[in-house]
Design a protein. Structure first.
Ligand SMILES: *Cc1c(COP(=O)(O)O)cnc(C)c1O
Length: 428
Protein backbone atom coordinates (compact mmCIF):
# COMPACT_ATOMS: atom_id res chain seq x y z
CA UNK A 1 0.00 0.00 0.00
CA UNK A 2 1.35 3.41 -0.96
CA UNK A 3 1.88 5.74 1.98
CA UNK A 4 1.15 9.32 1.06
CA UNK A 5 3.29 10.39 4.01
CA UNK A 6 6.28 8.59 2.46
CA UNK A 7 5.59 10.17 -0.92
CA UNK A 8 5.25 13.65 0.53
CA UNK A 9 8.37 13.27 2.66
CA UNK A 10 10.44 12.17 -0.35
CA UNK A 11 9.12 15.12 -2.34
CA UNK A 12 9.62 17.61 0.50
CA UNK A 13 13.27 16.67 0.78
CA UNK A 14 13.91 17.82 -2.78
CA UNK A 15 13.09 21.45 -2.08
CA UNK A 16 13.34 21.81 1.72
CA UNK A 17 16.42 20.85 3.78
CA UNK A 18 15.54 17.56 5.48
CA UNK A 19 11.98 17.90 4.20
CA UNK A 20 10.83 20.01 7.15
CA UNK A 21 10.72 23.64 8.25
CA UNK A 22 11.71 22.92 11.85
CA UNK A 23 14.11 20.08 12.69
CA UNK A 24 12.25 18.05 15.34
CA UNK A 25 9.43 17.42 12.84
CA UNK A 26 11.79 15.22 10.80
CA UNK A 27 11.55 12.24 13.22
CA UNK A 28 15.37 11.99 13.26
CA UNK A 29 15.39 11.14 16.94
CA UNK A 30 12.82 8.33 16.72
CA UNK A 31 13.32 7.19 13.12
CA UNK A 32 10.60 6.66 10.53
CA UNK A 33 8.54 8.95 8.32
CA UNK A 34 6.96 12.16 9.64
CA UNK A 35 3.19 12.38 9.37
CA UNK A 36 2.04 15.17 7.07
CA UNK A 37 -1.04 16.73 8.60
CA UNK A 38 -3.98 17.37 6.29
CA UNK A 39 -6.49 18.69 8.85
CA UNK A 40 -7.16 18.79 12.58
CA UNK A 41 -10.16 19.12 14.84
CA UNK A 42 -10.39 19.14 18.65
CA UNK A 43 -7.93 16.55 20.05
CA UNK A 44 -7.33 14.91 16.65
CA UNK A 45 -5.42 15.40 13.45
CA UNK A 46 -5.52 13.43 10.23
CA UNK A 47 -2.44 12.62 8.15
CA UNK A 48 -1.96 12.44 4.39
CA UNK A 49 -3.29 8.85 4.40
CA UNK A 50 -6.43 10.10 6.16
CA UNK A 51 -5.45 8.27 9.33
CA UNK A 52 -6.67 9.86 12.54
CA UNK A 53 -4.37 10.47 15.52
CA UNK A 54 -4.98 11.68 19.05
CA UNK A 55 -2.59 14.62 19.17
CA UNK A 56 -0.41 15.25 22.23
CA UNK A 57 1.76 18.02 20.86
CA UNK A 58 -0.94 20.51 19.87
CA UNK A 59 1.50 22.51 17.76
CA UNK A 60 3.96 22.27 20.70
CA UNK A 61 1.56 24.01 23.00
CA UNK A 62 -0.60 26.61 21.25
CA UNK A 63 -3.61 24.32 20.61
CA UNK A 64 -4.72 24.49 24.25
CA UNK A 65 -8.40 24.81 23.19
CA UNK A 66 -8.10 21.89 20.79
CA UNK A 67 -7.58 22.30 17.07
CA UNK A 68 -9.74 24.61 14.96
CA UNK A 69 -11.83 25.91 17.84
CA UNK A 70 -14.90 27.44 16.13
CA UNK A 71 -14.67 30.76 18.00
CA UNK A 72 -10.98 31.17 17.18
CA UNK A 73 -11.55 30.27 13.55
CA UNK A 74 -14.45 32.75 13.33
CA UNK A 75 -12.34 35.53 14.88
CA UNK A 76 -9.55 34.87 12.40
CA UNK A 77 -11.95 34.90 9.44
CA UNK A 78 -13.53 38.11 10.61
CA UNK A 79 -10.16 39.80 11.13
CA UNK A 80 -8.85 38.57 7.79
CA UNK A 81 -11.83 40.02 5.98
CA UNK A 82 -10.93 43.44 7.44
CA UNK A 83 -7.39 43.30 6.03
CA UNK A 84 -4.35 41.16 6.70
CA UNK A 85 -1.63 43.57 7.76
CA UNK A 86 -1.22 47.33 7.84
CA UNK A 87 2.16 48.35 9.20
CA UNK A 88 0.22 50.81 11.36
CA UNK A 89 -1.21 50.29 14.84
CA UNK A 90 -4.62 48.73 15.54
CA UNK A 91 -6.92 48.71 18.57
CA UNK A 92 -6.59 44.91 18.76
CA UNK A 93 -2.96 45.31 19.82
CA UNK A 94 -4.01 47.51 22.75
CA UNK A 95 -6.60 44.95 23.85
CA UNK A 96 -4.02 42.18 23.63
CA UNK A 97 -1.44 44.17 25.64
CA UNK A 98 -4.07 45.04 28.27
CA UNK A 99 -5.08 41.40 28.54
CA UNK A 100 -1.48 40.20 28.96
CA UNK A 101 -0.77 42.86 31.62
CA UNK A 102 -3.93 41.83 33.46
CA UNK A 103 -3.14 38.10 33.39
CA UNK A 104 0.57 38.40 34.20
CA UNK A 105 0.87 41.05 36.94
CA UNK A 106 4.69 41.30 36.72
CA UNK A 107 4.18 42.78 33.23
CA UNK A 108 3.30 46.49 33.08
CA UNK A 109 4.18 46.97 29.45
CA UNK A 110 4.59 44.48 26.66
CA UNK A 111 5.90 44.43 23.11
CA UNK A 112 4.34 42.01 20.62
CA UNK A 113 6.51 40.10 18.15
CA UNK A 114 5.99 37.07 15.90
CA UNK A 115 7.98 34.19 17.41
CA UNK A 116 9.36 33.00 20.72
CA UNK A 117 12.86 33.22 19.26
CA UNK A 118 12.35 36.86 18.41
CA UNK A 119 10.88 37.60 21.84
CA UNK A 120 13.77 35.94 23.74
CA UNK A 121 16.37 37.59 21.51
CA UNK A 122 14.75 41.00 22.07
CA UNK A 123 14.45 40.46 25.83
CA UNK A 124 18.15 39.71 25.90
CA UNK A 125 19.04 42.85 23.99
CA UNK A 126 16.82 44.91 26.27
CA UNK A 127 18.45 43.42 29.38
CA UNK A 128 21.89 44.19 27.98
CA UNK A 129 20.90 47.67 26.88
CA UNK A 130 19.27 48.53 30.20
CA UNK A 131 22.14 47.25 32.35
CA UNK A 132 25.04 48.19 30.11
CA UNK A 133 26.44 44.68 30.66
CA UNK A 134 27.21 41.94 28.10
CA UNK A 135 27.33 38.67 30.05
CA UNK A 136 24.27 36.47 30.40
CA UNK A 137 23.47 33.26 32.24
CA UNK A 138 21.36 30.41 30.90
CA UNK A 139 20.94 26.79 31.98
CA UNK A 140 21.78 23.56 30.23
CA UNK A 141 18.67 21.92 28.80
CA UNK A 142 16.63 25.14 28.57
CA UNK A 143 15.72 26.30 25.08
CA UNK A 144 15.03 29.95 24.35
CA UNK A 145 14.77 29.87 20.57
CA UNK A 146 17.69 30.05 18.18
CA UNK A 147 19.26 33.49 18.67
CA UNK A 148 23.07 33.32 18.49
CA UNK A 149 23.74 34.14 22.14
CA UNK A 150 21.38 31.37 23.26
CA UNK A 151 22.65 28.47 21.14
CA UNK A 152 25.43 27.89 23.59
CA UNK A 153 26.53 24.99 25.77
CA UNK A 154 28.67 24.96 28.88
CA UNK A 155 32.40 25.52 28.63
CA UNK A 156 34.81 23.11 30.27
CA UNK A 157 34.58 24.47 33.81
CA UNK A 158 32.62 26.76 36.07
CA UNK A 159 33.11 30.37 35.05
CA UNK A 160 34.32 29.37 31.62
CA UNK A 161 32.00 31.01 29.19
CA UNK A 162 30.17 28.90 26.65
CA UNK A 163 30.81 27.21 23.33
CA UNK A 164 28.43 27.39 20.35
CA UNK A 165 26.03 24.44 19.93
CA UNK A 166 25.43 25.35 16.31
CA UNK A 167 27.74 25.95 13.39
CA UNK A 168 27.53 29.59 12.38
CA UNK A 169 27.49 31.01 15.91
CA UNK A 170 30.69 33.00 16.42
CA UNK A 171 32.75 32.06 19.48
CA UNK A 172 32.82 35.77 20.20
CA UNK A 173 29.07 35.66 20.86
CA UNK A 174 29.11 32.42 22.83
CA UNK A 175 31.81 33.70 25.14
CA UNK A 176 29.36 36.14 26.69
CA UNK A 177 26.99 33.33 27.68
CA UNK A 178 27.61 31.37 30.86
CA UNK A 179 25.78 28.04 30.96
CA UNK A 180 24.99 26.68 34.42
CA UNK A 181 23.19 23.59 35.78
CA UNK A 182 19.40 23.77 36.09
CA UNK A 183 18.19 23.46 39.69
CA UNK A 184 21.66 24.09 41.18
CA UNK A 185 21.00 27.05 43.49
CA UNK A 186 24.45 26.90 45.07
CA UNK A 187 26.27 27.11 41.74
CA UNK A 188 24.17 30.12 40.78
CA UNK A 189 24.89 31.79 44.09
CA UNK A 190 28.65 31.10 43.81
CA UNK A 191 28.71 32.44 40.27
CA UNK A 192 27.03 35.69 41.28
CA UNK A 193 29.41 36.06 44.21
CA UNK A 194 32.30 36.05 41.73
CA UNK A 195 31.00 37.92 38.68
CA UNK A 196 27.51 39.12 39.58
CA UNK A 197 28.27 42.73 38.66
CA UNK A 198 28.99 41.71 35.04
CA UNK A 199 25.73 39.82 34.48
CA UNK A 200 23.05 41.53 32.37
CA UNK A 201 20.45 38.83 32.86
CA UNK A 202 19.62 35.31 33.87
CA UNK A 203 17.23 33.60 31.47
CA UNK A 204 15.38 30.48 32.59
CA UNK A 205 12.39 28.30 31.78
CA UNK A 206 10.77 28.36 35.25
CA UNK A 207 9.14 25.07 34.33
CA UNK A 208 11.30 23.57 31.64
CA UNK A 209 9.65 21.95 28.65
CA UNK A 210 12.50 21.53 26.23
CA UNK A 211 14.43 18.79 28.02
CA UNK A 212 11.19 16.90 28.55
CA UNK A 213 9.17 18.43 31.42
CA UNK A 214 11.29 19.48 34.41
CA UNK A 215 10.11 21.52 37.35
CA UNK A 216 12.44 24.09 38.84
CA UNK A 217 12.87 23.69 42.57
CA UNK A 218 11.40 26.65 44.51
CA UNK A 219 14.81 27.15 46.15
CA UNK A 220 16.47 27.50 42.74
CA UNK A 221 14.06 30.21 41.59
CA UNK A 222 14.02 32.04 44.92
CA UNK A 223 17.82 32.12 44.94
CA UNK A 224 17.76 33.46 41.40
CA UNK A 225 15.33 36.20 42.42
CA UNK A 226 17.49 37.18 45.37
CA UNK A 227 20.85 37.31 43.57
CA UNK A 228 19.42 39.10 40.51
CA UNK A 229 18.02 41.81 42.77
CA UNK A 230 21.22 42.02 44.81
CA UNK A 231 23.51 42.37 41.76
CA UNK A 232 21.17 44.39 39.52
CA UNK A 233 20.79 41.64 36.90
CA UNK A 234 17.53 41.26 34.99
CA UNK A 235 15.68 38.05 35.86
CA UNK A 236 14.00 36.79 32.70
CA UNK A 237 11.40 34.02 32.80
CA UNK A 238 11.03 32.41 29.41
CA UNK A 239 7.40 31.34 29.65
CA UNK A 240 6.94 30.77 25.92
CA UNK A 241 5.92 27.23 26.76
CA UNK A 242 4.75 27.46 30.38
CA UNK A 243 2.79 30.71 29.97
CA UNK A 244 -1.00 30.10 30.01
CA UNK A 245 -0.15 26.39 29.89
CA UNK A 246 0.78 25.35 33.44
CA UNK A 247 -1.66 27.91 34.93
CA UNK A 248 -3.48 31.04 33.76
CA UNK A 249 -0.72 33.26 35.16
CA UNK A 250 2.08 30.93 34.03
CA UNK A 251 4.80 29.38 36.18
CA UNK A 252 5.36 32.71 37.97
CA UNK A 253 1.85 32.42 39.41
CA UNK A 254 2.48 28.86 40.60
CA UNK A 255 5.77 29.78 42.28
CA UNK A 256 4.62 33.24 43.33
CA UNK A 257 7.81 34.83 42.03
CA UNK A 258 7.82 38.01 39.94
CA UNK A 259 10.59 38.08 37.31
CA UNK A 260 11.83 41.37 35.87
CA UNK A 261 10.94 40.30 32.38
CA UNK A 262 8.72 37.61 30.90
CA UNK A 263 8.91 36.09 27.44
CA UNK A 264 5.68 34.66 26.01
CA UNK A 265 4.68 32.82 22.84
CA UNK A 266 2.88 29.63 21.82
CA UNK A 267 -0.53 29.82 23.62
CA UNK A 268 -0.82 33.62 23.25
CA UNK A 269 -1.05 33.25 19.49
CA UNK A 270 -3.64 30.48 19.65
CA UNK A 271 -1.92 28.85 16.65
CA UNK A 272 -0.92 31.99 14.76
CA UNK A 273 2.42 33.81 15.11
CA UNK A 274 2.23 35.98 18.24
CA UNK A 275 4.90 36.19 20.90
CA UNK A 276 5.72 38.91 23.40
CA UNK A 277 8.14 40.17 25.99
CA UNK A 278 7.25 42.46 28.82
CA UNK A 279 8.04 43.75 32.28
CA UNK A 280 7.98 46.92 34.38
CA UNK A 281 7.41 50.12 32.40
CA UNK A 282 10.68 51.53 33.68
CA UNK A 283 12.58 48.67 32.01
CA UNK A 284 10.45 48.59 28.84
CA UNK A 285 11.07 52.35 28.33
CA UNK A 286 14.55 51.46 27.12
CA UNK A 287 12.99 50.16 23.88
CA UNK A 288 12.75 52.21 20.70
CA UNK A 289 11.02 54.58 20.01
CA UNK A 290 11.45 55.75 23.65
CA UNK A 291 14.90 54.40 24.39
CA UNK A 292 18.11 53.32 22.77
CA UNK A 293 17.42 49.57 22.42
CA UNK A 294 16.29 48.92 18.86
CA UNK A 295 13.59 46.37 18.08
CA UNK A 296 11.00 46.29 15.29
CA UNK A 297 8.86 44.02 13.08
CA UNK A 298 6.75 44.33 9.91
CA UNK A 299 4.25 41.74 11.15
CA UNK A 300 4.49 42.48 14.89
CA UNK A 301 0.99 42.63 16.40
CA UNK A 302 -0.47 41.36 13.13
CA UNK A 303 -4.27 41.86 13.27
CA UNK A 304 -5.21 38.33 12.21
CA UNK A 305 -2.75 36.72 14.61
CA UNK A 306 -3.86 39.01 17.44
CA UNK A 307 -7.49 38.03 16.79
CA UNK A 308 -6.59 34.35 17.25
CA UNK A 309 -4.56 35.16 20.36
CA UNK A 310 -7.19 37.39 21.98
CA UNK A 311 -9.95 34.86 21.43
CA UNK A 312 -7.76 32.13 22.92
CA UNK A 313 -6.92 34.29 25.95
CA UNK A 314 -10.64 34.96 26.42
CA UNK A 315 -11.66 31.30 26.27
CA UNK A 316 -8.99 30.05 28.69
CA UNK A 317 -10.45 32.41 31.32
CA UNK A 318 -13.77 30.59 31.40
CA UNK A 319 -14.49 29.26 34.90
CA UNK A 320 -13.00 25.84 35.57
CA UNK A 321 -10.86 25.81 32.42
CA UNK A 322 -7.56 25.04 34.16
CA UNK A 323 -9.12 22.70 36.71
CA UNK A 324 -10.49 20.62 33.84
CA UNK A 325 -7.28 20.79 31.79
CA UNK A 326 -5.16 19.81 34.78
CA UNK A 327 -7.51 16.96 35.74
CA UNK A 328 -7.46 15.51 32.21
CA UNK A 329 -3.67 15.71 32.06
CA UNK A 330 -3.38 14.04 35.47
CA UNK A 331 -5.77 11.26 34.38
CA UNK A 332 -3.48 10.65 31.43
CA UNK A 333 -0.24 10.50 33.43
CA UNK A 334 -1.82 8.43 36.23
CA UNK A 335 -3.21 5.97 33.69
CA UNK A 336 0.10 5.68 31.85
CA UNK A 337 2.00 5.19 35.11
CA UNK A 338 -0.36 2.39 36.16
CA UNK A 339 -0.16 0.73 32.74
CA UNK A 340 3.64 0.75 32.86
CA UNK A 341 3.61 -0.66 36.37
CA UNK A 342 1.30 -3.49 35.32
CA UNK A 343 3.66 -4.30 32.46
CA UNK A 344 6.77 -4.11 34.66
CA UNK A 345 8.31 -1.22 32.71
CA UNK A 346 10.62 1.28 34.41
CA UNK A 347 8.63 4.46 33.85
CA UNK A 348 7.23 7.52 35.59
CA UNK A 349 5.38 10.67 34.58
CA UNK A 350 4.68 14.20 35.76
CA UNK A 351 2.07 16.81 34.87
CA UNK A 352 1.66 20.55 35.50
CA UNK A 353 -1.54 22.10 34.18
CA UNK A 354 -1.91 21.00 30.57
CA UNK A 355 1.69 19.92 30.14
CA UNK A 356 3.21 16.53 30.88
CA UNK A 357 6.47 14.56 30.87
CA UNK A 358 7.01 10.83 30.31
CA UNK A 359 10.24 9.37 31.66
CA UNK A 360 11.61 5.89 31.07
CA UNK A 361 13.31 5.76 34.46
CA UNK A 362 12.27 5.19 38.09
CA UNK A 363 12.07 8.75 39.40
CA UNK A 364 11.09 12.07 37.85
CA UNK A 365 14.41 13.74 36.93
CA UNK A 366 15.35 17.06 38.51
CA UNK A 367 18.71 17.55 36.80
CA UNK A 368 19.71 17.67 33.14
CA UNK A 369 22.12 14.81 33.65
CA UNK A 370 19.54 12.43 35.12
CA UNK A 371 17.09 13.46 32.39
CA UNK A 372 19.60 12.51 29.71
CA UNK A 373 20.05 9.13 31.42
CA UNK A 374 16.41 8.15 30.67
CA UNK A 375 16.06 5.11 28.41
CA UNK A 376 15.79 6.61 24.94
CA UNK A 377 15.58 3.21 23.23
CA UNK A 378 12.53 2.30 25.31
CA UNK A 379 10.93 5.66 24.53
CA UNK A 380 11.50 5.23 20.80
CA UNK A 381 9.91 1.76 20.83
CA UNK A 382 6.99 3.13 22.87
CA UNK A 383 6.62 6.11 20.54
CA UNK A 384 6.29 3.92 17.45
CA UNK A 385 3.87 1.49 19.07
CA UNK A 386 1.69 4.43 20.13
CA UNK A 387 1.95 6.00 16.68
CA UNK A 388 0.82 2.72 15.10
CA UNK A 389 -2.12 2.74 17.50
CA UNK A 390 -3.09 6.28 16.41
CA UNK A 391 -1.55 8.23 19.30
CA UNK A 392 0.79 11.06 18.33
CA UNK A 393 3.39 11.87 20.99
CA UNK A 394 6.30 14.27 20.56
CA UNK A 395 8.86 12.50 18.32
CA UNK A 396 11.67 12.75 20.88
CA UNK A 397 12.33 11.34 24.34
CA UNK A 398 13.28 14.83 25.50
CA UNK A 399 10.20 16.87 24.66
CA UNK A 400 7.19 17.61 26.85
CA UNK A 401 3.64 16.66 25.86
CA UNK A 402 0.49 18.79 25.71
CA UNK A 403 -3.16 18.12 26.45
CA UNK A 404 -6.00 20.32 25.20
CA UNK A 405 -9.35 21.11 26.76
CA UNK A 406 -10.88 18.82 24.11
CA UNK A 407 -9.07 15.72 25.39
CA UNK A 408 -12.16 14.22 27.08
CA UNK A 409 -12.37 11.04 29.13
CA UNK A 410 -12.93 8.84 26.07
CA UNK A 411 -9.81 10.23 24.39
CA UNK A 412 -7.71 9.74 27.52
CA UNK A 413 -9.07 6.20 27.99
CA UNK A 414 -8.26 5.31 24.37
CA UNK A 415 -4.72 6.59 24.92
CA UNK A 416 -4.22 4.54 28.08
CA UNK A 417 -5.64 1.51 26.34
CA UNK A 418 -3.10 1.88 23.54
CA UNK A 419 -0.34 2.39 26.12
CA UNK A 420 -1.21 -0.90 27.85
CA UNK A 421 -0.41 -2.66 24.58
CA UNK A 422 2.73 -0.59 23.96
CA UNK A 423 4.12 -1.12 27.48
CA UNK A 424 3.47 -4.86 27.43
CA UNK A 425 5.48 -4.99 24.19
CA UNK A 426 8.36 -3.32 26.06
CA UNK A 427 8.10 -5.38 29.21
CA UNK A 428 8.25 -8.65 27.26
C1 LIG B 1 9.18 27.24 21.65
C2 LIG B 1 10.05 27.98 22.59
C3 LIG B 1 10.80 29.09 22.19
C4 LIG B 1 10.91 29.50 20.75
O1 LIG B 1 9.70 29.90 20.23
P1 LIG B 1 9.51 29.92 18.63
O2 LIG B 1 8.16 30.53 18.44
O3 LIG B 1 9.59 28.47 18.20
O4 LIG B 1 10.60 30.73 18.06
C5 LIG B 1 11.49 29.80 23.15
N1 LIG B 1 11.46 29.45 24.43
C6 LIG B 1 10.76 28.38 24.86
C7 LIG B 1 10.74 28.04 26.31
C8 LIG B 1 10.04 27.60 23.95
O5 LIG B 1 9.38 26.52 24.39
Amino acid sequence: MISHNDTLFARAQLTTPGGVNSPVRAFRSVGGTPRFVSRAQGPYFWDADDRRYIDYIGSWGPAILGHAHPEVVAAVQEAAARGLSFGAPTEGEILMAEEICKLVPSIEQVRLVSSGTEAAMSALRLARGATGRDKIIKFEGCYHGHADSLLVKAGSGLLTFGNPTSAGVPEDFAKHTLVLDYNDAQQLEDTFAKIGDQIACVMVEPIAGNMNLMRASPEFLHTMRRVCTQYGAVMVFDEVMSGFRVALGGAQALYDIAPDMTVLGKVIGGGLPVAAFGGPAQLMQHLAPLGGVYQAGTLSGNPVAVAAGMTTLKLIQEPGFYAHLGAQTRKLTDGLTQAAKDAGVSFCADAVGGMFGLYFTEEVPVTYKTMMACDKTAFNAFFHQMLDAGIYLAPSAFEAGFVSAQHDDAVIAATIDAACGAFSGLGA
